[in-house]
Design a binder for this molecule. Sequence first.
Ligand SMILES: [Zn+2]
Length: 101
Amino acid sequence: MTEASQKPRKIIPDPELPPQQCQHIKILDVDKPIQHVVYECWHCQTGLMTECSGKPIIEDFNGRPSVQEIKVTCPHCEKIAVRLITGEVLSTTVIPSPWGH
Ligand SMILES: [Zn+2]
């Protein structure tokens, strides 16, 4: 009778690195009043298109100018899909991802 010898394995925890995830993003109509940002949700990789317009709002933060990032909520998973530096987010639509998910 053979018995596979099983050595106790040491589980080495992964070092706590920030996620090395790469997010696809494409901005269309940059020169038009309304820009279309095509991207994938950071969390669920759903293809999304956000319409936005205007210039980024620069806030004075303790005497230093700071560009305001607008958090766009994913309609699919309801988490923050992306942060955009823009003036105003008009709408967010689920689209088939151009990157093939
Ligand atoms: Zn999502």
